[in-house]
Design a protein around this ligand. Structure first.
Ligand code: ZN
Length: 163
């Protein structure tokens, strides 16, 4: 049985989200984040990858980025929350979504999208309704300081620090 099902989102009323089909413990892999691997150079050069679509891009390493902006990337439906219960994890060229809290059946899965503060954050208001919501979709470690780019290595540090 899949650990998620697709439903209209409580966070993004115009869109869909993924919901837990049963109680799930923290540290459980939910779904692979799939897409196309492109070079960082292409991201920098192409108009398609300007700041309008940062939520689907993951810098994998010095050379490659994963572009998850495809309808078949179900994990792309997971919405951002300032009090996220899941996080992106990665190894090599793969990215997946893992729970970071115990989740009850019927809860919506949420991630920290990891936008940098210096990207045009005001075009991405956050409606997650978490107590700590900062009003915009900006990654946790950037809500108080400017940081250029999301990267898995930064993300890993954040996960380790919070443990
Ligand atoms: Zn929020």
């Amino acid at each position: 049985m899949k650990l998620y099902r697709i439903k209209r989102s409580k966070i993004d009323h115009r869109g869909r989200g993924l919901y837990a089909t049963k109680d799930i413990r923290a540290g459980t892999k939910i779904i692979d984040y799939i897409g196309k691997i492109i070079t960082n150079k292409k991201v920098e050069e192409s108009d398609k990858f300007d700041n309008k679509k940062p939520i689907y891009l993951f810098t994998l390493n010095k050379k490659y980025t994963l572009d998850g902006d495809f309808p078949w990337n179900t994990a792309g439906l997971i919405n951002h929350s300032c009090d996220n219960n899941c996080d992106y994890e990665g190894k090599g060229l793969k990215i997946w979504v893992t729970t970071i809290k115990d989740i009850k059946k019927g809860e919506e899965f949420t991630c920290d999208y990891g936008f940098g503060y210096d990207e045009d954050y005001k075009q991405f208001p956050c409606k997650c309704r978490a107590k700590n919501c900062c009003g915009y979709i900006v990654r946790a470690e950037s809500r108080w300081r400017i940081s250029k780019r999301y990267s898995m290595s930064n993300k890993k540090k954040l996960i380790n620090n919070s443990n």
